[in-house]
Structures are given as structure tokens and as C-alpha cells.
Design a protein around this ligand. Structure first.
Ligand code: PAF
Length: 288
């Protein structure tokens, strides 16, 4: 695995492969890698001849008072993990490389509508930060395909919409969430949880599964389900921010006639803000 820190060198290396006809698969990350990231890398090998991973903790997507400085950084371990996973290039740019004029004055990519709801409502500017850095990374790497985890489902839709709206020549693929045996979705922020909180956090997935059962049993009062599930989470010691049933295609509120749904939750537990989701297909069997 070649580790590259600057844009000129990574472009030069990738141009050679591109001229040889290689298909480039790209996995952007913020490091602190876990099995969820490894499943993205594994899928990247299926979708491309060469696999590029980036590690960049993007300051633009953290709000004031969020965990930018505390965000777990485990670069040495990450490099070993990616080397063992057969990654061809690891791109680790500095903040100056990505934001040469500073973060505050950088040109921004805004994806209106989708960026302002659910997580965007409590994290103003977050998805603008995500869209901006992913657009920059796409311009640097110019991948044929890029892979993102479905755990961050809203992020995935924001990126797919940006790619569509800006006519970027990259296929964006969502990869199913990897879970612990308890159902807890893998996330770098799980590292903030105490062992007791980790058990409590499994209630998120339990509530998502209960919701799926109720909807598949033809309940359609989604607002009532959301309120009841939020109460259940509160009883367990979580602080729910939202628990919502939405349309899987655009995250607009689900109507009784919609078949392809997704239930999404965000909740605070101790130091960690946790998110998770589950797709529900009322027209057929339910994908996870
Ligand atoms: O999901 C993440 O790790 C980040 O939001 C991403 C996509 C790497 C952009 O910084």
C-alpha cells in the first residue's frame, strides 16, 4: 500500500492506472477504522481494479461544540488495517491541502432540502461540510465508483444528490450497516460509550426492529409509533433527538400509501450521539 499526502502525487499515481484502463474504487473515511469500514473496502475490491481509501477528519462538517478535537485518531492502527485489507493507495491529506485558503473562506457545496432535515436540523452546516469535502475528494481522486455506509443514510442521499446535480461522473454505492451481535451499528463514536452504555445503545436497533414489525403488520400511524419508540428509548436512558418513519427515496415524511420506507433514529447517550436506521419494504420482504 502506498501512502500519499499530497494532491499532485496522488493524481499522478492514479493517472497512470487510469491510462492503463484500471477502474478506481474509492472509500472516503475519517479514520478510526472498524469492521464497517472494512466491509466498504471489501466491496470496493469487487467494484474496482484499484482501491483508494482516504483518511481526513474534515473540520467543515463539525459544528461549534461538537467533537472535532476529541474525534478518535488512530492513524498507525488504521494504516496496518488498510495494508492488510489490500488497499492500493491510502491518501492522507493535511488540512492545508484540502482547504488551502482556510476552512472559513472555502467554497462550499450546499445540497438544499435534504441537508436541513433530521440530522441536518440539529447539526446546521454538517451536510454542507460533508458535501464539500466529498466533492473535493472526488475531484482529486476522480474515482469510477465510491462506497459509503448506509448507517449514515442521510449522508448517502446527500452525496448521491450532489453527484446527480453537479453531473459528477462517479457511481455512488451504499453498503449495508455492519452490526455487533447485540444489533448495535458499528460506529467510531461507539468508542465514547462505557460497557453499560453499549448495552443500552442496543435498544436503538431493538426499537427499529419493533417498528418494522408493526409497520409490516399494517400499522400506519407513523407519528404515534415515533412517539412511543422515543418514550421507550427515554425509559432506557437514551435522549432521542428524532425517531421518524420516512420515504427511503428522499426522506420526506412517509404516507400510508408509501411502500418503500426507512425508519431513522438519532439519540444522545453519554458522550455519544448515535444514529441508526432500518429499511422497510411494505411491498415485499424487508431488506435489513
Ligand atoms: O462518513 C464519514 O466518515 C465522513 O462523513 C466522510 C464521508 C468521510 C466525509 O468526511
Amino acid at each position: 500500500m502506498q501512502v500519499i499526502n499530497d494532491i499532485v502525487s496522488v493524481r499522478a499515481r492514479l493517472n497512470i492506472w487510469r491510462q492503463q484502463g484500471a477502474r478506481l474504487a474509492f472509500v472516503p473515511t475519517m479514520g478510526n477504522l472498524h469492521e464497517g469500514h472494512l466491509s466498504l473496502v471489501e466491496q470496493a475490491h469487487h467494484h474496482g481494479d484499484k482501491v483508494v481509501v482516504s483518511i481526513f477528519v474534515n473540520p467543515m462538517q463539525f459544528g461549534k461544540g461538537e467533537d472535532l478535537s476529541a474525534y478518535p485518531r488512530t492513524m498507525t492502527e488504521d494504516r496496518h488495517i488498510l495494508g492488510r485489507a489490500g488497499v492500493d493507495i491510502l491518501f492522507i491529506p493535511s488540512e492545508d491541502e484540502i482547504y488551502p485558503g482556510g476552512v472559513e473562506l472555502a467554497t462550499q457545496i450546499e445540497v438544499p432540502g435534504l441537508s436541513d432535515i433530521l440530522c441536518g436540523a440539529s447539526r446546521p452546516g454538517h451536510f454542507t461540510g460533508v458535501a464539500t469535502v466529498v466533492c473535493k475528494l472526488f475531484n482529486v481522486i476522480q474515482p469510477d465508483v465510491a462506497l459509503f455506509g448506509e448507517k449514515d443514510y442521510q449522508q448517502l442521499l446527500v452525496i448521491q444528490r450532489m453527484v446527480r446535480d453537479l453531473c459528477l461522473p462517479v457511481e455512488v454505492i451504499g453498503i449495508p450497516t455492519v452490526r455487533e451481535a447485540s444489533g448495535l451499528a458499528l460506529s467510531s463514536r461507539n468508542g465514547y460509550l462505557t460497557p453499560q452504555e453499549r448495552e443500552t445503545a442496543a435498544w436503538l436497533y431493538r426499537c427499529l426492529c419493533d417498528t418494522r414489525e408493526r409497520i409490516l403488520a399494517c400499522e400506519t400511524d407513523y407519528a404515534a409509533i415515533g412517539t412511543q419508540m422515543s418514550n421507550k428509548l427515554r425509559e432506557q436512558g437514551l435522549l432521542p433527538e428524532y425517531f421518524e418513519v420516512r420515504r427511503v427515496s428522499d426522506l420526506l415524511p412517509a404516507m400510508p400509501q408509501d411502500d418503500k420506507l426507512i425508519v431513522l433514529v438519532a439519540a444522545q447517550l453519554g458522550r455519544a450521539r448515535l444514529i441508526d436506521n432500518l429499511k422497510i419494504n411494505r411491498g415485499g420482504e424487508s431488506p435489513s
